[in-house]
Design a protein around this ligand. Structure first.
Ligand code: SF4
Ligand code: SF4
Length: 96
């Protein structure tokens, strides 16, 4: 069976270091940085290559700082979630 592998990109200048994504990640992929961004906040960084692309981190981020990708082995990387400025209820379905 094809194996899914995830990846994320964090916009560190939008991150305020609230750590919600770190708490929400079931794979312990994220930690808080040791350095600060231009606004003076510690920011979330990927520290393990364990991401499955579950999208939890992007869903909980209040600043829309995380973009999630997922790659099925042998296929191209595919954009899964980019969530910005959510102002009302939303439904997100991930997977096939
Ligand atoms: S997509 Fe899921 S596994 Fe990947 S970093 Fe975010 S919460 Fe963790
Ligand atoms: S949830 Fe968003 S703002 Fe909070 S630490 Fe993670 S990336 Fe930064």
């Amino acid at each position: 069976m094809a194996k899914a592998k995830g990846d994320i990109i964090i916009n560190i200048e939008k991150c305020k270091g609230c750590e919600l994504c770190i708490e929400a990640c079931p794979e312990d992929t994220l930690e808080l940085s040791k350095k600060v961004n231009q606004k003076g906040y510690l920011y979330a960084v990927k520290v393990e290559d364990t991401c499955t692309g579950c999208t939890n981190c992007a869903l909980v981020c209040p600043d829309g700082s995380i973009t999630v990708y997922r790659k099925i082995v042998g296929k191209k990387k595919e954009l899964i979630t980019k969530i910005t400025n959510v102002t009302s209820d939303m439904t997100l379905k991930v997977g096939k």
